[in-house]
Design a protein around this ligand. Structure first.
Ligand code: ADP
Ligand code: ADP
Length: 217
């Protein structure tokens, strides 16, 4: 069983479509840390039509990262809420070294779980992704089909097209991937930090099992 009862947080890291959102629910259940997804928070702001949402939408639709300043503002607000006091599970954040540096001022990170999937597999995963707008549950037309009775209400994210995936993968390689070495270097000088690499190419169940094994060790 996961024994970390501290107030530190966990980072779920990986390319777009790696399976972060899919695995987050289980990790959250095992660790007791609530999931904080910047992607979900941004989509909620876009839906609301807030000033922040209007600004963020242009970047999201183009497959570009939303500016660090906007993201840090969202995270600071979120971390001030009561349920974040025992640490959280960050999903899709931080995505730049600047975000990680700001984050280190806000909460301690005890674990970084990296889910690694090659680019060739990412495109198929993203283009086939569907979401249940009522529950937020993530499905895939081929790898994780939804039950028939809810199939008609599923939606596809506007940025889940082949063109936009290419931009998102570019953003990942140029701005986000360098963070993996940043965290690995941090691990060598910070004994409270554990960085775990998970092969994300297996089935959803296989990846869950690999993560749970690491959480238990
Ligand atoms: P992320 O949050 O990293 O962007 P998601 O969890 O939304 O990724 O997963 C992207 C898509 O790939 C979804 O359609 C999901 O159902 C599917 N998926 C997730 N994990 C796997 C897996 N291990 N094998 C095949 N498809 C997967
Ligand atoms: P995925 O994991 O499938 O790429 P997300 O839902 O995490 O999707 O993010 C969707 C979009 O929201 C990203 O392409 C980016 O424009 C924006 N976004 C989410 N999180 C961040 C972040 N931490 N920094 C900058 N932009 C972000």
């Amino acid at each position: 069983m996961y024994r970390d009862s501290s107030t530190s947080s966990i980072v779920l890291f990986g390319p777009p479509g790696a399976g972060k959102g899919t695995q987050a629910g289980n990790i959250s259940r095992v660790t007791g840390k609530p999931q904080v997804s910047t992607g979900d928070m941004l989509r909620a702001a876009v839906k609301e039509g807030s000033q922040l949402g209007i600004e963020a939408k242009e970047y999201m639709d183009a497959g570009l990262l939303v500016p660090d300043k906007i993201i840090i503002g969202l995270i600071s607000e979120r971390m001030a809420q009561d349920d974040a006091s025992q640490g959280v599970l960050f999903d899709g954040f931080p995505r730049t070294i600047a975000q990680a540096e700001e984050l280190s001022e806000i909460t301690e990170i005890s674990m970084v779980i990296m889910i690694l999937v090659p680019d060739e597999e990412i495109v198929e995963r993203i283009v086939g992704r569907r979401m249940d707008p009522e529950t937020g549950q993530i499905y895939h037309v081929k790898f994780n089909p939804a039950p028939l009775d809810i199939a008609s209400r599923l939606v596809q994210r506007k940025d889940d097209t082949e063109d936009t995936v290419r931009s998102r993968l570019n953003a990942y390689h140029s701005q986000t991937k360098p963070l993996s070495n940043w965290y690995k270097e941090n691990e060598t000088v910070n004994s409270a930090l554990r960085v775990i690499s998970i092969d994300g190419r297996g089935s959803i169940e296989q990846v869950s099992a690999l993560i749970e094994k690491e959480l238990e060790s």
